[in-house]
Structures are given as C-alpha cells and as structure tokens.
Design a protein around this ligand. Sequence first.
Ligand SMILES: NC(=O)C1=CN([C@@H]2O[C@H](COP(=O)(O)OP(=O)(O)OC[C@H]3O[C@@H](n4cnc5c(N)ncnc54)[C@H](OP(=O)(O)O)[C@@H]3O)[C@@H](O)[C@H]2O)C=CC1
Ligand SMILES: O=C(O)[C@@H]1CCC=N1
Length: 264
Amino acid sequence: MKILFIGVGHMAGSLIKGITKSTSNKKYEIYINNRESTVAKAQELNVKPLVNLEDLQNEGIEVIVLGVRPAQLKEIAIVLDQFNLTNVTIVSMLSGISADKITEAFGRHPKLKIVRIMPNINADITKSVTGICANHYGEKSIDEVFDIFSNCGSVEKINEDIFSEFTISGGCTPAYILFFLKAFVDAAVKSGLEYQTALRTIIGSFEGTIANLKKSSKTPEAIIGEICVPNGVTIEGIKVFENSNLEKIVFEAFNKALKKDKEH
Ligand SMILES: NC(=O)C1=CN([C@@H]2O[C@H](COP(=O)(O)OP(=O)(O)OC[C@H]3O[C@@H](n4cnc5c(N)ncnc54)[C@H](OP(=O)(O)O)[C@@H]3O)[C@@H](O)[C@H]2O)C=CC1
Ligand SMILES: O=C(O)[C@@H]1CCC=N1
C-alpha cells in the first residue's frame, strides 16, 4: 500500500519512524511531501520523496495522511482538490478539525473518504495511543488505517463526538506528564541533587510506578496509600497537593485544552 504524508513535522515524523521501524513485511511504501525540504526529510527518514503533488496519481497513492497544522488545512486542500481522489483515503491528524470541516475544505469531493486519527508523540517508539474514527465514506477504509497506525502503538476506535476528549487524554497528556516530571527534577536539583542524577531518578521512578500500576489490579489510590506510611514522609507532600487543590488545577487545564479543541 502506498501512503503519502503531507506535512512532516514532529508528529508525522514520529509516526513514520514508528511505521518503518515495526513493519517487517514491507507492506507499506511511504512517500512524503514537506514543501522545500521534501528531499532532505525523505533522506533523513529513509522514505520516498514526492516533490510534485501532481505525481500522486501516477504513483498510485492510496492513502494521504495530512500532517500539517490545522490552520494549514485550507491551503493543502485547495491543492489536493484538483486531483481525482475517488480512490484515495484522506487521513487527518489535525486536532479539532471534524470530518465535515475537512469535506468542506475539499469542495470538489463531497464523498471524500476521511479517517481521523489522534496519535501522540510516542509513536516513534511504538508507544502511541492513537484514537481513530471515520466519516460515512471512510468507514470502508477504517480497518486498513487502523492497521497502519497499529505499527505505532495501540489504536482505539472512538466516536467522533468524543474525539476532542480523546485528544486531550491521549494527544496532549505526554506534554502534561513531562511538565509534572520536570517540576520534580527542578525541585530535586534545587534541593542539591546533581541534574543528571535527579533526571535519572525521577524518570526511573515514573517508569517503575507505571509498570507496577499496569501489572497490578490495584487502583492508583490504593498504591498511593501503600507508599504513604502513617506519620511518614510522603503524606506531607500529598497534603500540599490536596491543600493546593492539584486535582482542580488538572481539571481546569484539561478543560481549557478541551475548549480550544472544540473551538475550531
Ligand atoms: N505535536 C504533537 O504531539 C501532535 C500533533 N498532532 C497534529 O499533528 C499536526 C502537525 O503537528 P506538528 O507535527 O506538531 O507540527 P509541525 O509544525 O512540527 O509540522 C507541520 C509540518 O507541516 C509542514 N507543512 C506546512 N504546510 C505545508 C504544505 N503546504 N505542504 C507541505 N508541508 C507543509 C511544515 O513544514 P515547514 O517546516 O516548511 O513549515 C511542517 O514540517 C497538527 O495538525 C496537530 O494537531 C496530533 C497529535 C499530537
Ligand atoms: O497541541 C496540539 O494542538 C496538538 C494536538 C494534540 C497534541 N498536540
């Protein structure tokens, strides 16, 4: 299957690395277009450059993955709309842009097959959690698109009416988790730990805790209870989180991002 990625920045680059890393049977032929840097990026990622988008028909491209920013959809849709896209599936990773809005942008193709995905930046190490949904015409292609992105981690079918909520939960949380992790590293460094030691220690603690939670049947609250020795040390930090209403802060951050996603 021939797949063309248009717009190869952080997210599409991570997805391409994930797909090329885990596809052992050479099932996919990956092409990219990233304006002037098409050839250089193709070399870097070891995929094929498609410098002129007019060649997409001659090359027999079956799936076009849009990796541009939401604000760049219109300019790319105008270009693609000139071609016959009857046998092409458009895959969009654009946050907040509904399948209907994508169809609107492609004015000449009212029956465009559209599949939306919401991956995260961990795709290159095949650890993305990717949401997927399709419009009516794209339903026929959803399973093959599901298979493509299964090479980047797990994939969840999500109703489009809850796609924004998935976006914050799966797409944004890597940044929020790293923000939290960094705050701990900074605190440890301020307390006197050397930076690399602090980073190694906090990363190790995150990794171990997540692995433990995954294999355990216990809830996060139960494990917190086991760590907080009565009258011990950990509980003092938990009290600060509780008194500063950290949960409310997280809820507000989640909902602020959600509102923005729904505003598009
Ligand atoms: N970053 C993330 O973690 C996630 C991002 N997403 C979604 O992925 C999309 C891309 O995000 P991200 O990778 O972070 O953004 P980037 O800005 O890193 O990547 C966008 C890329 O598109 C290229 N581009 C822009 N216009 C065109 C065009 N007309 N033709 C060809 N290439 C073009 C840019 O090239 P140039 O360098 O020349 O400007 C750039 O390389 C967004 O829609 C976002 O919502 C989804 C989930 C997670
Ligand atoms: O910040 C963004 O808009 C994108 C969508 C999900 C993660 N990054």
